[in-house]
Ligand binder design. Sequence first.
Ligand code: NAD
Length: 257
Amino acid sequence: MTASATSTPRVALVTGTSSGIGEAVVQHFCELGHQVLAVDFNPAGQAVAERAGAAFFQADLTDGEACKAAVAEALKRFGRVDILVNNAGVQHVAPIEEFPEAKWRQILDLMLTAPFLLSQAAWPSMRENGWGRIVNIASVHAQVASPGKAAYISAKHGMIGLTKTAALEGGAQGITANAICPAYVKTPLVDHQIADQARLHGMAEQEVIEQIMLKNAAVKRLIEPREVAELVAYLASDAAGAVTGASWNIDLGWTAQ
Ligand code: NAD
């Protein structure tokens, strides 16, 4: 599986790019020669994008108008959108009984409604060019659940449904849609979860990593963001034209049992 050998330079819009997986995707896409619009609500994303050679657009993607504006910015700058990577995400850990409604809504808006609106806005450009790639960063929590993460898990399960529907609708138009389902990746989002889980379960942080995060893993380590970015690049390449509607686990063997 290589993206580099088969990759035509494309225009990509990537969300959630100021750190973690999104940052790694922007870096890798720029190395492959793609023109990239990096979208994030955190102004720190500006410097991250500049370092990689990408353009930056600041947007809070919980706002539907901001989603549309991000795609409009890509079309204004580059004239097209070929690749959309829906990556922006947050986590909030609390049992259902105590889960704040505002957090539920924020997570669903950011991690399910924004990918829908961004796909919708980018679709005409992909259809007109007869070529498009939608890569949704879901999670192992799109396939299995863990306690304390109702909103995140609901949004990620929903993302698989969105991916499959986009694959069916896009098939005849040259548009593919796939989801990537990672287990724990070494990013700031996981650093926060380690602290949250430690509080929730009354455990030390190292115990959370070993006893909760890697409990179901055959490969006993966290995943590197670059490992996810390599899979994104493959799914966004010409070589992956026949691959659509699929969920790609990169989960250390978690769901093998
Ligand atoms: P991260 O915290 O490093 O990155 C998340 C990015 O989203 C940040 O750049 C943040 O600024 C951005 N973001 C947050 N709220 C936003 C908003 N309202 N508008 C625009 N941007 C916003 O986390 P990460 O681990 O790199 O996560 C990236 C994606 O990967 C998420 O969707 C996450 O659910 C998924 N994922 C992560 C892991 C993991 O273990 N790290 C595992 C499975 C799936």
